[in-house]
Design a protein around this ligand. Structure first.
Ligand code: DGJ
Length: 531
């Protein structure tokens, strides 16, 4: 039996009551699938993240033009602990007030990034009264007794101070954001520690040699024992991961106790094929080897979100695989803003992503090359703009289909120019870099930039869109003995109520050699049959 909520979405395709607009944003998970509900309907984050120091009213004028020009519907932007609580106990939310007002003027939703105890391992964004007080807020100590610029997660004094500030932020947000312009909050930024696997201070060593907490042991079905007993060579990293996860959980829970909207944590990834040692990557962050620890220790965190700065197809798609699935809604919280990364949008949506956000998307004058693009202008942002333009008329419908139906998404690979998808009764072949007419073999686009999305509407009907790709439907082995055909290929779009609007039928040249997509937006409904 469909649940009432699902029925509502299915029947109307769209929630238009005043009641829906009052609903808090939330993550809904059903049958191993996830959706981010915003204003009562599934929402796809066509996101973009601003640069690190764009979190002041004066900088926002260099943020909105990029967000608007790439057709993003959501801006990810930081709120720093140092700016809201410069003096302990005295809060200033003027930046937040301006940000929300301007976001509404630009018709853009927000994901706030809480830069506090950790910003890429360090407390750079914590107020001076925190980062200059080692005694009250101790840093991580290495095995050799060296002090690192990364706060230790084991001290209640640090946690309590961060929690208080975060709860104050959420209290203010609840008061001023009745329209739910802010749809999610990221707790910390890339938490973890570079330079050591864990804190080796005296108090940390005592904890390390004590019992592993029951919560973790029961989640992982482990007997009693201390960290070295239970985890051997991994003990130091797992210990640090558990304590950072628990810390982030408490911060999130304190915020949710006031105002329960979705919260995520982002990850400075380790290379899944060549991980290296903890400390060389951010130890204790939610890297792929400690996801189970994070999930057990941080139930208040709704999702763990990868920051993808691997340009190559194999690694980027492996990360998408590792951070998606029934136990984790995929949200690509950051991805490099250079051309090669843009097409991974299609792979992410194929893994049922609730959103995607290239990093550094403003014109405040900074380039994080070689992670991202070398220069920042409209041509840099064009590969993202064309994908968001393609998705704009489809954003609500895709979010709904992704939650309720089977969906597929592929990005153009580099080692082959063709991919085969098993769609049930039918198969699809997606190929790249070939003329639209005739059967010349695919040569790939130069540079690789294609991608395709398919959603199954019913057994014999599919919704298809793509960029620089040919999509060819064939019968699967189940019905291979019978001849088959494209019965009708309609081009159209979904209106604001989620109703299909027919524009024209593709036939003749437009279907004889597969469905050929160029760089313009085309959305097709494809009906197949045997005869
Ligand atoms: C990942 C971090 O999360 C971002 O804030 C930023 O520092 C990039 N790395 C590098 O530009």
């Amino acid at each position: 039996m469909p649940r009432p909520l699902q029925l509502l979405i299915t029947l109307t395709g769209f929630c238009f009551s005043v009641f829906c607009a009052a609903e808090l944003p939330r993550i809904v998970s059903e049958n191993g699938k996830h959706a981010l509900f915003v204003d009562g309907s599934p929402y796809l984050i066509l996101g973009a993240q601003a640069n690190n120091s764009s979190n002041y009213p004066a900088a926002l004028k260099d943020v909105w033009p990029t967000i608007n020009s790439i057709h993003a519907n959501t801006l990810e932007i930081n709120v720093a602990w140092e700016q809201i609580e410069p003096t302990e106990g005295t809060f200033d939310f003027s930046y937040l007030d301006t940000l929300i007002k301007e976001a509404r003027q630009h018709n853009v939703k927000l994901v706030l990034l809480w830069f506090a105890t950790w910003k890429n391992n360090a407390p750079h964004y914590a107020p001076a009264w925190v980062k200059l007080n080692n005694e009250r807020f101790p840093r991580v100590i290495t095995e050799n007794g060296k002090q690192l610029n990364s706060l230790s997660p084991i001290h209640a004094s640090t946690l309590e101070a961060d929690k208080k500030a975060f709860a104050a932020l959420m209290t203010h947000l609840k008061k001023i954001d009745k329209k739910h312009t802010v749809i999610m909050v990221q707790v910390q930024n890339e938490p973890g520690t570079y330079g050591a696997a864990r804190d080796y201070s005296k108090s940390a060593n005592t904890l390390f040699n004590s019992e592993v907490p029951t919560q973790l042991r029961s989640a992982m079905h482990l007997p009693a024992g201390n960290w070295p007993d239970l985890f051997g060579a991994d003990a130091s990293e797992f210990f640090h991961a558990y304590h950072i996860a628990r810390y982030c959980n408490e911060v999130a829970a304190a915020g949710k106790a006031v105002y329960p909207i979705p919260m995520n944590v982002n990850v400075a990834l380790r290379n899944p094929f060549n991980p290296g040692k903890p400390g060389a990557y951010a130890s204790g962050g939610a890297t792929d080897n400690v996801l189970a620890i994070w999930q057990a220790a941080a139930p208040a965190i709704d999702m763990i979100s990868p920051d993808i700065y691997f340009r190559d197809y194999a690694t980027a798609t492996k990360v998408i695989e590792l951070y998606s699935g029934p136990s984790n809604p995929l949200f690509v919280a950051e991805i490099g803003n250079d051309q090669p990364y843009a097409r991974y949008f299609f792979s992410a949506l194929g893994a049922q992503a609730i959103g995607f956000a290239p990093f550094g998307m403003d014109t405040t004058g900074y380039s994080n090359f070689p992670l991202g693009a070398k220069t920042y202008d409209s041509s840099t942002f064009a590969p993202f703009a064309e994908i968001y333009r393609l998705m704009k008329p489809l954003e609500h419908k895709w979010a709904e289909l992704s939650f309720t139906k089977d969906v597929w998404g592929v990005a153009e690979p580099t080692d082959t120019h063709q991919q085969n998808l098993d769609l049930g009764l039918w198969d699809a072949e997606v190929s790249y870099g070939r003329p639209m007419f005739w059967t010349d073999p695919p040569q790939g686009n130069t540079p690789p930039s294609g991608g395709a999305l398919i959603a199954k509407l019913d057994d014999n009907e599919f919704l298809v869109t793509a960029l620089r790709a040919r999509v060819t439907f064939t019968s699967s082995s189940e019905i291979a003995t019978k001849p088959y055909m494209l019965v009708r290929v309609e081009e159209g779009y979904f209106d604001k109520r989620g109703k299909w609007v027919f524009e024209r039928v593709w036939n003749g040249d437009q279907t004889d050699w597969g469905l050929n997509f160029d760089d313009k937006p085309h959305l097709l409904k494809v009906k197949l049959s045997t005869y």
